[in-house]
Write a protein that binds this ligand. Structure first.
Ligand SMILES: Cc1ncc(C[n+]2csc(CCOP(=O)(O)OP(=O)(O)O)c2C)c(N)n1
Ligand SMILES: [Mg+2]
Length: 375
């Protein structure tokens, strides 16, 4: 006897902008020209920033840095659907998210130089620092969204995790909770094809990562993550649903990590150059430029101006970063807890002694004042 079907599920994929810059008019979201130009500008500038950051690392002027190139649409576009007061919590590869939220990139450079003053966000923004342990933020974001639900002001929380991180228990716990409590949350899986050297095909046996949503009773969709219009449309819908009290959405953005995992990695050791070449044709920026040009919103002259402006902007950010006086080492103990624990009190005192010993008592008076709170 055939079994009764009790539930079925289809996974939908959204693609609007083709590689040649043409759009599927039926799916095209309503977006003002100014916003389209802003998307292009953000993606263009973060790519240039990424290239400079890699050069800085290669010349010993920056610590380990995670490359963004190829993922600009997935990173720069979703934040444009948020208010400053909504929560945004990217991953360590989320420089584009912070940039789109208005972060000064001198702070991103400071962070990747090991200076925690780099965790500095614009006033009024509810941005949270990413976590280096992958996925630990996912349940915290469910908590943030729960808080927003209690406040009843329509606030939402948006977060990201990688394809590799989507295999961790954290996402399971977060989505179980978010689904059950219908939380105003948006979880973006930034599927860039790789978790360091582990390819997506080895990551999970499921045909898509978007379909995981179904198991938790949350909405799910797969999106061409190199298509800024599709990313915008899917995120705007998810944010609107969340604000209306209709719950959580999981968006799988399928994109590609064009560079190494970080500057400490060599991707040539584990992946085929032909795959990288094939993904170049799907580049999010060049296809968006073709689209803007066809709409008469973009020109070579505008591109030239933006290139020059971007160079000057990056030069300014690098200068500000490199001219930042060194932090007081004692600040590493600040802002950790409401009340400092005794091991921290002891360690701080030991470091204070050591600093005196190393440089003579004078060095401490030469250091900048501590900026953090050490209760
Ligand atoms: C809990 C934890 N385990 C392992 C690591 C080491 N690690 C750093 S990045 C990474 C791969 C993450 O891949 P993915 O989630 O796809 O993100 P991507 O780097 O591709 O953006 C791993 C295993 C870590 N940072 N945290
Ligand atoms: Mg990945």
């Amino acid at each position: 006897m055939p079994l009764k079907t009790v539930a079925t599920h289809a996974v939908q994929r959204l693609e609007i902008l083709a590689s040649d810059g043409t759009v599927d008019a039926k799916l095209m979201p309503k977006v003002q020209d100014d916003l389209l130009l802003k998307m292009y500008r953000l993606m263009f500038q973060i790519r240039a920033f990424d290239e400079r950051a890699i050069l800085l690392q290669r010349s010993g002027r920056l610590g380990t840095y995670p490359m963004i190139t190829g993922q600009e649409a997935t990173q720069c576009v979703p934040p444009l659907c948020l208010k400053a007061s909504d929560w945004a919590v990217p991953t360590y590869r989320g420089g584009g998210v912070y940039f789109a939220r208005g972060m000064q990139m001198r702070h991103a450079l400071l962070y990747w130089a090991g200076d925690d003053r780099g965790t500095h966000f614009p006033d009024g923004n509810n941005d949270m620092m990413f976590s280096i342990p992958v996925g630990t933020h996912l349940t915290q974001v469910a908590g943030l969204a729960w808080g927003e639900k209690f406040k009843k002001k329509g606030g939402v929380a948006l977060t990201y995790c990688g394809d590799g991180t989507s295999s961790k228990g954290d996402l399971h716990e977060a989505l179980t909770f978010a689904g059950q409590f219908k939380l105003p949350a948006i979880y973006i899986i930034e599927n860039n094809g790789w978790a360091i050297s582990v390819p997506r095909a080895r990551q999970a046996a499921s045909a898509t990562l978007a379909q995981k949503a179904w198991g938790y009773g949350v909405a799910g969709i797969q999106v061409d993550g190199n298509d800024a219009l599709a990313v915008y449309s899917a995120t705007a819908d998810a944010v609107a649903r969340a604000r209306r009290g209709e719950g959580t959405t999981l968006i799988e953005c399928e994109t590609y990590r064009m560079g190494h995992h970080t500057t400490a990695d060599d991707a040539a050791r584990y992946r085929d150059a032909k795959d990288v070449e094939a993904w170049k044709k799907k580049d999010p920026i060049s296809r968006f430029k073709k689209f803007l040009t066809a709409r008469k919103l973009w020109s070579d002259a505008k591109e030239k101006n933006l290139t020059e402006e971007t160079k000057a902007w990056i030069d300014g950010e690098v200068k500000a970063y490199e001219e930042t006086p060194p932090p007081n080492p004692l600040d590493m103990f600040a802002n950790n807890y409401e009340h400092a624990t005794w091991p921290l009190v002891e360690q701080r005192a030991q470091l204070e002694e050591l600093l005196k010993f190393k440089g003579g008592a004078k060095i401490l008076t030469e250091l900048p004042p501590t900026e953090g709170r050490f209760p």
